[in-house]
Design a protein around this ligand. Structure first.
Ligand code: MGD
Ligand code: MGD
Ligand code: SF4
Ligand code: MO
Length: 710
């Protein structure tokens, strides 16, 4: 490892934010006089341009946190008791290897589930566990937390996962943020929006079910009901076609648009969409005319609106808009959902797929509760899961149906090993907990979905205590298990170098020296002027859903509102959006005081009319529930939602809620269509005053008439 600490004190080093965020910011890290991490600032990589979020700017609080895990631990009390004793790494590796071998002897290798996600986005630190699983024939994972629905919908129309460089917004005249909240989730995009507003006077439109911090800054906020974006997009297309705002030449040249599609959209009127979305027909027409009249319109398409069972259909419908107006042809026009396909990395070596590997079933990570309950469908006909290695994720909080997840993770016959930086809700349920390094303490390679820069970062500090990196721990475990691959014996930086050179890119040292490598596509490609990603080069209004996912029978033949969502009912009249919080990143940072203070406490935003009807006062304790369970938290009266919508900005640990049960207890695990995907924001609930406590006097909560503070 390239640890330069000895000469580093007081100096500033370049690095890259590793967290699960589209921005993948370049950073400047200062090493404090005590040799630990000091100040963190935004780096000079052109997209980051010096701007980073507040939670990473105060990263020292997380890296130097007194509760950071420092030693391997073995459970010393009943499961979930939180009682652990310190053991040595050798003992820990023997314990883990012994338990995995016993589980495999009793069942088959597929009984082991290497459960991982994107706690670090670094390619090498993420890949080690996946590689070991592939080579050992363990169960594989269908990665459905985040992008399964949005990817499916984007692929359906556009056919390639890339889009227009976000830096082009400085040439845009209209920016539409659809179903995302960049003020919380990618602040540097807002920095670019501000530049655009200064430069071209660009207007900002936000499509979101509540008045987010981003919507507060918008010229127009379309506050629709959750799960109704397909209807809004279709009605916008209806107006564009009806009012002569479509680019007919472009449609004929570069899309499969046809009279059949046009007839279909003729029936999708603003009045029809108003009934579904809760917006007025006038609002829809006004937005359509604004969008259609502006050549340089840029859509920043978020993930949030696709976390619905109809999310892929919604994404497809939304992605049709720039094809109707031909905005793709303009500088500053078109759309960006994500750029992951531009980098062209050769990853077979990284993932251990450069040699034959045993076939294995694929388990849906969002169905963790059902898998652990032994549901035969969820197990895909294979053996029970009796051993799990968890890395880079906190499923006890973030997975749907969290009550079932917790129950499953507590199973006596399940061996659970969690490699973590903190004693998360998941780690607390484990048999063995291992301490992990942070990005400042290991090397890695980073891509981004929100910009076009490939980046490499070196460790700048020694790992504290006995922390080990994912790459090092998994390599050592592979040795104990007798699983062989050259990557396990290489340093992380050597693996970075292998991936880069095998992909025809400059080596690790070159990228480090240059700081980053811009992989942006030439204008014609980024704007699909020479064709979209499908073999015929045409954008598809009529997608081939069968090619995208197995559950395609319900998918609409043309852009549409697909009614497969968890609609409100008499019993559960509200639709809940458990949206990302500003000061947490999923559950990461929920351990630091300043982030917790910034969020206050778990809170549900309730429209004042609904609160009045139910007898709920601002700041009072309320209960939210459905057939899956119920949670208690405080209410905040807020007029920036429709009366049937509730919002909980979240990913608080369970223990922060009144009963110790977190919000995902209410979220169902039934997958979205056609290729799965967790539908976090597709949740029907009831809301009631808290009978057991009698509520609190009004005025305790932060009234939110003006929207969120801070
Ligand atoms: N501070 C912070 N930053 C984060 C995260 C975090 O938790 N906190 N999470 C990170 C991760 S993993 C990701 S994937 C990205 C996500 O980045 P975003 O795309 O910004 O976030 P999402 O959760 O996908 O979407 C959030 C918005 O979607 C809206 N939404 C929900 N349902 C609908 C709907 O049906 N229609 C419409 N139009 N909008 C809807 C919500 O109200 C919310 O404002 O952010 C990353 N950055
Ligand atoms: N209610 C609700 N639930 C959601 C969402 C939502 O919007 N609302 N969003 C969903 C989305 S989009 C996503 S992506 C998921 C994300 O869910 P997760 O992937 O579980 O994300 P985090 O909760 O941040 O947990 C990541 C963990 O990885 C650890 N970690 C970080 N770096 C390393 C490392 O180098 N090594 C090891 N071993 N560990 C490391 C961190 O300490 C942290 O505990 O949550 C989903 N759940
Ligand atoms: S905005 Fe995202 S990538 Fe940038 S520092 Fe914050 S969490 Fe990291
Ligand atoms: Mo995500």
């Amino acid at each position: 490892m390239n640890v330069r600490l000895a000469r580093a004190q007081g100096s500033v080093f370049p690095s890259v934010c590793p967290h699960d965020c589209p921005s993948v910011c370049s950073l400047q890290l200062e090493v404090a006089a005590d040799g630990r991490l000091g100040r963190v600032r935004g780096g000079e990589q052109p997209y980051t341009d010096g701007v980073i979020c507040a939670k990473v700017a105060r990263y020292a609080e997380r890296a130097n946190h007194p509760e950071r895990l420092m030693h391997p631990l073995r459970r010393s009390g009943p499961k979930g008791s939180g009682k652990f004793e310190i053991i040595g790494w050798d003992q820990a590796l023997d314990l883990v290897a012994g338990n995995l071998n016993r589980a495999i002897e009793k069942h088959e290798p597929e009984t082991v589930w290497p459960y991982h996600y994107a706690g670090t986005m670094g390619l090498v630190q993420r890949a080690a566990l996946r590689r070991l699983g592939h080579l050992a024939g363990w169960s594989r994972q269908h990665e459905t937390f985040c992008v399964a629905l949005s990817d499916a919908g984007w692929q359906a129309g556009v056919g390639a996962k890339h889009g227009v460089d976000a830096r082009e917004v400085v040439d845009s005249e209209l920016i539409v943020v659809w179903g995302g909240n960049p003020v919380h989730t990618q602040i540097n995009f807002m920095h670019w929006v501000q530049k655009a507003r200064r430069q071209t006077g660009a207007k900002l439109v936000v499509v979101d079910p509540y008045r987010t911090a981003t919507a507060e800054k918008a010229d127009v906020h379309l506050m629709l009901r959750p799960g109704t974006d397909g209807a809004l997009a279709c009605a916008v297309m209806h107006v564009l076609l009806r009012d002569g705002l479509a680019d007919r030449d472009y449609l004929a040249r570069l899309t499969d648009f046809s009279p059949v599609v046009e007839r279909h959209l003729e029936s999708r009127t603003p009045e029809w969409a108003a009934g579904i979305t809760g917006l007025s027909a006038e609002q829809i027409v006004a937005f359509a005319r604004l969008y259609g009249a502006t050549r340089r319109s840029f859509m920043r398409i978020g993930y949030g609106f696709t976390r619905q069972r109809n999310g892929a259909a919604a994404m497809h419908a939304v992605s049709c808009l720039p094809a109707v107006t031909g905005a793709w042809q303009e500088k500053g026009g078109g759309a960006l959902y994500g750029h992951s396909a531009i980098y062209g990395l050769e990853r077979r070596f990284l993932n251990g797929l450069d040699r034959p590997v045993p076939a294995a079933r694929q388990l849906d990570m969002s169905a963790l509760g059902a898998v652990l309950a032994g549901d035969p469908g969820a197990l895909r006909g294979g053996p029970p899961v009796t051993a799990m290695l968890v890395q880079n994720t906190n499923p006890a909080v973030v997975a749907p149906e969290s009550l079932a997840v917790r129950q499953g993770l507590l199973r006596d016959d399940l061996f659970l090993c969690v490699h973590e930086q903190f004693m998360t809700d998941t780690a607390r349920l484990a048999d063995v907990v291992l301490p992990a390094t942070m990005f400042t303490e290991h090397d890695d390679l980073y891509l981004a979905s929100g910009h076009t820069f490939l980046q490499v970062a070196e460790a700048i500090l020694e790992p504290p205590g006995e922390c080990r990196s994912n790459h090092d721990f998994i390599g050592q475990l592979a040795g104990r298990l007798g699983v062989d691959h050259p990557a396990f014996g290489m340093s992380a930086m050597a693996v970075v170098d292998q991936v880069l050179t095998a992909s025809g890119k400059p080596g690790a040292d070159d990228v480090l020296r240059q700081g980053w490598m811009d992989c942006s596509l030439p204008f014609e490609k980024a704007h699909f002027l020479d064709g979209f990603g499908h073999p015929d080069g045409r954008f598809r209004f009529s997608p081939d859903w069968a090619a995208i996912g197995p559950d395609h029978a319900v998918m609409p033949a043309m852009p549409d509102q697909l009614d497969v969502i968890e609609n409100g009912s008499l019993e559960t009249p509200f639709r809940l959006v458990p949206a990302p919080a500003r000061h947490f990143l999923n559950t990461t940072f929920s351990e630091t005081e300043k982030s917790r203070a910034g969020e206050g406490r778990p809170t549900v935003l309730v429209h004042p009319d609904s609160a009045k009807a139910i007898g709920i006062a601002d700041g009072s304790l309320v209960r939210l529930g459905n057939r899956r369970g119920s949670v208690r938290l405080h209410a905040c009266l807020f007029d920036g939602v429709q009366p049937t919508t509730l919002v909980v900005e979240s990913q608080w640990p369970g223990g922060s809620f009144v009963d110790g049960i977190g919000i995902n207890a209410l979220v169902g695990a039934a997958p979205g269509f056609p290729n799965g995907g967790a539908a976090y924001h597709d949740t029907a609930v009831w809301l009631a005053p808290d009978a057991s406590m009698g509520g609190q006097p009004p005025g305790e909560g932060l009234a939110r008439q003006g929207g969120r503070a801070g």
